[in-house]
Design a protein around this ligand. Structure first.
Ligand SMILES: Cc1ncc(COP(=O)(O)O)c(C=O)c1O
Length: 363
C-alpha cells in the first residue's frame, strides 16, 4: 500500500519543517527563543488576518476559540443572531445559548450558503452580535462573508460580528478590518497545517473595545490578561510551547509561498477535486460558486453509500471522513487544505475511481 494519506477536514498532514519543530528539546516559556516564536506567531497571524487589532493564541481546539470569543464579546442576556446552515452553525448557536445569550437562528438549507440579505433581515437595533460560519465544514459551503458582513453592518453599524473560521483560516482570504469582522476564531490543525491543540482568536478594534466591557464570566479565556502581558513582552500561564514553535514554522512556510498563492492553491485543488468527482459520477453537495476551498462534501452515486466509500478508501490508504447532522447519511467529506496539493488530490481521485469500480462490480 502507498503511504497513508490523511484527507479528512482536519487535522491535516504536516510539512517537514513543522515535524522538525515538534521534535526539538523542550525550552522554557520564558526563554528568548520562545518569546520570539510567540511574538512571531501573533504578528504573522495578524498579518494573515490583516488586522490592526490583536491575535490571542491559547491552548485549546477550535471550539475553545469560539467559546473564548463569546465570553470576551458579550454580557448575559445580549441578543445575538446566528447563521445556521450546517452542524457548526448549530454549534455556535448552542454555545451562545449555553452562555445565557438570547440567540436567534437564521436558518438556511444545509448544503447552500446563507444569503446576506436574510442574515441582515434578522438584525434589529437591539442586536448586539452576529455569529457566522465562514467555511461550514459539515457541508463544504463557503459563506460570502464580505457581503454578509457588509449587509449586517449597513443595518447595525455597531453590532459585533464573530466568525467561525476554523476550516477557513489560511485557506481563504479573511481581511478582518476591511470586511468589518470583530472576532475570528480558528484552530491550528486545518489549513494552517500545524498540529491540533491551539485556539486562535483574532480580535479587531471593535472587538478589543467590547472585551473591556463584556460581563460574561471568564478567567482562563480572559483576553485582557493575555493581551496586556504580551504587549509588555511577557507570558502568562504555561503556553503550548511545542505547538507554538510548530505553528511558527508552518506560518513561515506559508509566508514564503505567499498568502495569495496559498489561497489560489486552495481554490485550484478544490476545483480539481470537484471536477474529478463529477467526472466519476460523484456529486459535490455545494453548488459551484458556494463551494468551500478547503473541504468538499460529496454525494456518492447510487447504490454506493458514504460509509462504504469511506471504508473502501481507508483500505486503500486514504482517510476521508463522514459528516454530521442532517447530511450525515448522504455525504462523505474530503479535506484538501494545508499541506495538500494537486498530487494528493489526483491520488485521491484515481483511488476513488478504482474503489468505485470495484464496489460497483460487487454491488
Ligand atoms: C467550522 C468548524 N467550527 C468548529 C469546529 C470545532 O473545532 P474543534 O474540533 O477543533 O473543537 C470545527 C472542526 O472541525 C469546524 O470545522
Amino acid at each position: 500500500m502507498d503511504d497513508p494519506l490523511l484527507l479528512i477536514p482536519g487535522p491535516t498532514p504536516l510539512p517537514p519543517e513543522v515535524l522538525a519543530a515538534l521534535s526539538q528539546p523542550m525550552i522554557s516559556h520564558r526563554s528568548p527563543a520562545f518569546r520570539d516564536a510567540a511574538r512571531n506567531v501573533r504578528e504573522r497571524l495578524a498579518h494573515l488576518l490583516q488586522t490592526s487589532g490583536e491575535v490571542v493564541v491559547l491552548p485549546g481546539s477550535g471550539t475553545g476559540a469560539l467559546e473564548a470569543a463569546i465570553v470576551n464579546a458579550f454580557s448575559p442576556g445580549d441578543k445575538v443572531v446566528a447563521g445556521v446552515s450546517g452542524a457548526f452553525g448549530d454549534r455556535f448557536l448552542s454555545m451562545a445559548r449555553a452562555f445565557g445569550l438570547q440567540a436567534e437562528a437564521v436558518s438556511g438549507t444545509w448544503g447552500r450558503a446563507l444569503q446576506p440579505a436574510d442574515v441582515a433581515a434578522a438584525v434589529t437595533p437591539d442586536t448586539r452580535g452576529v455569529l457566522l460560519v465562514y467555511s461550514e465544514t459539515s457541508t463544504g459551503v463557503l459563506l460570502d462573508l464580505q457581503a454578509t458582513a457588509a449587509a449586517v453592518r449597513a443595518k447595525a453599524p455597531d453590532v459585533l460580528i464573530l466568525v467561525d473560521a476554523v476550516s477557513a483560516l489560511g485557506g481563504a482570504p479573511l481581511p478582518m478590518d476591511a470586511w468589518g469582522i470583530d472576532m475570528v476564531s480558528s484552530g491550528a490543525q486545518k489549513a494552517l497545517m500545524a498540529p491540533p491543540g491551539l485556539a486562535i482568536i483574532g480580535v479587531g478594534p471593535r472587538g478589543l473595545a467590547a472585551m473591556q466591557n463584556s460581563r460574561l464570566p471568564r478567567f482562563f479565556w480572559d483576553f485582557r490578561v493575555y493581551i496586556e502581558r504580551a504587549r509588555a513582552g511577557g507570558i502568562n500561564f504555561t503556553p503550548s510551547i511545542a505547538l507554538i514553535m510548530a505553528l511558527d514554522a508552518a506560518l513561515r512556510r506559508a509566508e514564503a509561498e505567499g498568502w495569495d498563492n496559498v489561497f489560489r492553491r486552495h481554490a485550484a485543488v478544490a476545483a480539481q477535486c470537484r471536477a474529478g468527482l463529477r467526472a466519476l459520477g460523484f456529486q459535490p453537495l455545494a453548488p459551484e460558486g458556494e463551494a468551500s476551498p478547503t473541504v468538499t462534501a460529496v454525494i456518492p452515486p447510487a447504490p454506493l453509500q458514504p460509509a462504504q466509500v469511506i471504508d473502501a478508501m481507508g483500505q486503500r490508504g486514504i482517510e476521508i471522513a463522514s459528516s454530521m447532522g442532517q447530511v450525515a447519511d448522504r455525504v462523505f467529506r474530503v479535506g484538501h487544505m494545508g499541506y495538500v496539493g494537486e498530487a494528493e488530490v489526483a491520488r485521491f481521485l484515481s483511488t476513488l475511481r478504482d474503489a468505485a469500480a470495484q464496489m460497483r462490480g460487487v454491488a
